[in-house]
Structure formats: structure tokens, C-alpha cells
Design a protein around this ligand. Structure first.
Ligand SMILES: Nc1ncnc2c1ncn2[C@@H]1O[C@H](COP(=O)(O)OP(=O)(O)O)[C@@H](O)[C@H]1O
Ligand SMILES: [Mg+2]
Length: 228
């Protein structure tokens, strides 16, 4: 459960969020969509309490948070296995327990055989899969995803989203999925909210997802979309 009540946040004179209120129920998968610079990462940082609001309140149910960043953010000197094991060690597991769990999660993201590779030896998509394994390995009750596939090429993105979707269906965490590309969120979100130019939020009606996708294409592709 995550609740924002009348939350405002500015950086010096730059107003980013203004009087923002929304509620995300336990187990809900919510997409937050907005252009670059609209405050998406700021919302996630308020959820993790890296940032505090200038006004209003942010309430987050207790429980482990998982975070997938836009960049994989792996430790370059550690193997794939030990990157996934690191937060488990931090939670107090023994090295062998942590590595065993990490190995299972690497399998889950189809990286068995790459346990001993270092980040520099992995492709961007593989590194992002390691970071997804790392986020899920801690069994998060809330999973925050910050444009996780924006640096992954489009064919690979589909395959990664398949993996992600199946793990989410199985583990049922609360998910906040932030992206500038609405169609990514459309795929598995229960709800999508869009950040508006006046620094507020608008709920997107998902009654007809195909229509939402078409409207998005029209907005992003202009006339080109109409020719299909
Ligand atoms: N720590 C900070 N100090 C100053 N400005 C910031 C800081 N964090 C974000 N901003 C600014 O706030 C706006 C929203 O940033 P952000 O939440 O990262 O947007 P998004 O994730 O939607 O691209 C941007 O204009 C950004 O430059
Ligand atoms: Mg961002």
C-alpha cells in the first residue's frame, strides 16, 4: 500500500510535483507515465524516502522494497552471481544461502551459465536481467521499476517483459512501473496514471487497451499512425 496525500516537491524554484494525491493498493500493478523530466523518478525517490516532500505526506506499508533502475547499476568487480547475492548478504543470509538463492534467480531470468561473468562481459540486456534477478531475490513486497527497458533494444524488450510479467504474476508484489513509453505499462498494469503538464496526475481509462494504444501511437507518431 502506497499513499500520496497532497504531495508537493520542488528543487529550488523548479516545481516538479504539485498537490499530488494517489493510492496504490497492495498487490496492484500501477504504471506511471510521463515525459522525461516530469517527476517520475522523484515519485519513486519519495516512496523510498531518499527524498522527503516539501508538503503533504507519503505513506508506504512496511516491507522489503525492490528497485530496478534505468541502468543495471551492477558492481563491476563482482560476478553476476555475487551482484544478485549482495543484497541477500546484507539481509543477513550466509554466503552459501545467498549464492544459492541468487543462482535460482539467475536461472529465472535465463542467465544460467553466466553466474561467473562480470558486468563488463555481459550485454546491456543481460546486465538488466541480472538487476531484475537482484530486485526479486530479496522477495520484495513492493517493486519499483524506473524505465527498466529504455536502454534495451526493442526485440529484446519483448522477451524481457515476458520474463518480468511471469515473475510478477507468480510473486504478486505491489508494482510501480515508471516509464515515458505508455505501451510498456499498458502490457501488464492494472492501472495507469499519467503525469500532466500542471504537475498533477490523470488516471488513464483502460477500458479499451487497444484504443489506448492507438491513441498513444497517434500522439507519438502523428500522421504516420493513421496510415496503418
Ligand atoms: N536532486 C535534484 N536537484 C535538482 N533538480 C532535480 C533533482 N532531481 C530531479 N531534478 C529535476 O526535477 C525534474 C524531474 O526529475 P525526475 O523526477 O528525474 O524526472 P523523470 O524521472 O520524469 O525524467 C527534472 O527537471 C530534474 O532535472
Ligand atoms: Mg527518471
Amino acid at each position: 500500500m502506497i499513499t500520496f496525500e497532497h504531495v508537493s516537491k520542488a528543487f529550488d524554484s523548479l516545481e516538479v510535483l504539485s498537490d499530488l494525491s494517489f493510492h496504490i493498493a497492495t498487490g496492484e500493478i500501477v504504471g506511471i507515465v510521463g515525459p522525461s523530466g516530469s517527476g517520475k523518478t522523484t515519485i519513486l525517490k519519495l516512496i523510498t524516502r531518499i527524498l522527503v516532500p516539501d508538503a503533504g505526506t507519503v505513506t508506504v506499508a512496511p516491507g522489503t522494497l525492490g528497485y530496478v533502475f534505468q541502468e543495471p547499476r551492477l558492481l563491476p568487480w563482482r560476478t553476476a552471481l555475487d551482484n544478485v547475492a549482495a543484497p541477500l548478504r546484507a539481509q543477513g543470509r550466509t554466503t552459501s544461502e545467498a549464492r544459492e538463492t541468487a543462482g535460482r534467480w539467475l536461472e529465472r531470468v535465463e542467465l544460467d551459465g553466466f553466474e561467473g561473468y562480470h558486468p563488463a562481459e555481459l550485454s546491456g540486456g543481460m546486465a538488466q536481467r541480472v538487476s531484475i534477478a537482484r530486485a526479486f531475490a530479496v522477495e520484495p513486497r513492493i517493486l519499483l521499476m524506473d524505465e527498466p527497458f529504455s536502454n534495451v533494444d526493442v526485440t529484446l524488450k519483448g522477451a524481457l517483459m515476458d520474463i518480468l510479467e511471469s515473475i510478477i504474476r507468480e510473486r504478486e508484489p505491489t508494482v510501480v512501473y515508471v516509464t515515458h513509453e505508455l505501451t510498456e505499462a499498458l502490457r501488464f498494469a492494472d492501472r495507469i496514471v499519467e503525469l500532466t503538464p500542471d504537475h498533477g496526475l490523470r488516471e488513464v481509462d483502460l477500458g479499451d487497451r487497444a484504443a489506448v494504444a492507438r491513441e498513444w501511437m497517434r500522439r507519438t507518431l502523428g500522421d504516420l499512425a493513421g496510415r496503418w
